[in-house]
Design a protein around this ligand. Structure first.
Ligand SMILES: NC(=O)c1ccc[n+]([C@@H]2O[C@H](COP(=O)([O-])OP(=O)(O)OC[C@H]3O[C@@H](n4cnc5c(N)ncnc54)[C@H](OP(=O)(O)O)[C@@H]3O)[C@@H](O)[C@H]2O)c1
Length: 334
């Protein structure tokens, strides 16, 4: 996600943004929107360092120089190790004044999934929980199923829309029958919807939204190939649901899944875990990022563990946002 604005005399005269992979970049769209040569005092402001190589589109550095722009203000540096800083160097070498790092953190955050994927080569695995103050993810019997209030839940839908994939375990699938769609004013959108189900326990379970709704083609059940029954795999196929039967042992499951996500080009997965899986992810250091929504409630289901059983929690850097009475803490783990 990249945006660009051209100003002349401090007034915005053109704007552009990058609509999709393979489409012209934000700088080029802003220049096109201007539709004429920029004035001598024109400044291009762009959220990401202009590219300097031929990808699917020609380099933006060339377009900037051709247009005669003499000042460029940049938010974030390009995280791609093949490009980082080179666009700035080329502009400066051509005599363009470049100001870097303006709202740099905010601009980098626009692309935090892509940035992780391009630097680490794997999807960002983000654990999301909605918890009571005493660390419960499951409300006491008879209490409202929703732990957090409407504003926090709407925020979850915004993140669901940003992530290319969401994951739940078979246990959560069978307990909650979730839809795992992003629902907002624009309607309902489905990312890839993973069911993490090492032994394909969800096979044959009729009536579940993920296996029957209009987006069932977005559902992928992930299990272990070893021990998988052909009849179970055939059942998913008949439902129109994709199966990833991964090679390897139980202990390698999360790693094998993340590798497969990387080869499929998925930049991030929002894992909406129940307490046992959340604790396992944290203990194994398998999650990269945490979204913890905490509501001012005490006393969840006494039978259900906390989401951090056996976890030695380090202090984390991140940010806290309030949604009514609920707080979201989010940040990198480890
Ligand atoms: N408030 C929230 O944020 C929230 C979010 C989601 C769910 N929930 C609630 O949580 C409850 C379900 O919680 P739960 O504790 O029963 O289930 P869970 O934590 O969602 O899933 C537990 C399952 O995860 C799998 N698992 C555990 N460790 C693993 C590992 N290292 N690698 C791969 N898979 C692993 C195991 O299944 P296999 O051995 O079969 O693979 C295990 O049975 C439901 O009531 C639901 O409503 C709350």
């Amino acid at each position: 996600m990249v945006g660009a604005v051209i100003t002349e005399g401090g007034v915005i005269v053109a704007e552009g943004f990058h609509a999709a992979a393979g489409q012209p970049h934000a700088e080029v769209m802003a220049l096109r929107a201007l539709g004429r040569a920029p004035q001598a005092d024109a400044i291009l402001h762009v959220t990401l360092e202009p590219c300097c190589t031929h990808g699917r589109t020609p380099p933006c550095v060339d377009a900037i120089l051709r247009a005669g722009l003499r000042t460029v203000v940049i938010g974030a540096t390009d995280p791609n190790p093949a490009h980082a800083g080179k666009g700035v160097q080329l502009l400066r070498a051509a005599g363009v004044a470049v100001v870097e790092g303006v709202l740099g953190e905010e601009c980098a955050e626009l692309n935090f999934l892509f940035n992780h994927w391009i630097t680490v080569g794997r999807p960002l695995l983000a654990l999301k929980v909605a918890a009571t103050l005493d660390g419960k993810l499951v409300p006491a019997p008879g209490e409202s199923r929703d732990i957090t209030g409407p504003a926090a839940r709407a925020d979850v839908h915004r993140w669901r829309r940003l992530f290319p994939a969401i994951a739940v375990t078979a246990d959560t699938l069978l307990a909650d029958n979730p839809r795992l769609t992003a629902r907002d004013a624009d309607g309902e959108h489905a990312p890839v919807r993973f069911v993490l189900d090492r032994r394909f326990r969800s096979a044959g379970r009729a009536g579940l939204n993920l296996f029957t709704d209009a987006f069932r083609g977005h559902t992928i059940v992930v299990g272990l190939a070893a021990g998988a029954r052909a009849a179970d795999l055939a059942w998913y196929e008949a439902e129109g649901v994709t199966v990833w039967a991964l090679p390897g042992e139980e202990v390698d499951f999360l790693d094998a899944w993340a590798e497969r996500c990387a080869t499929e080009g998925l930049t991030g997965v929002l894992i909406e875990a129940g307490p046992r899986f959340a604790s396992a992810l944290l203990r194994e250091g398998a999650a990269d990022y945490l979204f913890a929504y905490v509501a001012p409630r005490l006393g969840g289901d006494p039978e259900s563990p906390t989401w951090f059983e056996g976890v030695d929690f380090p202090l984390m850097a991140g940010k806290t946002t309030l949604f009514g009475q609920d707080a979201l803490f989010r940040g990198y783990l480890g």
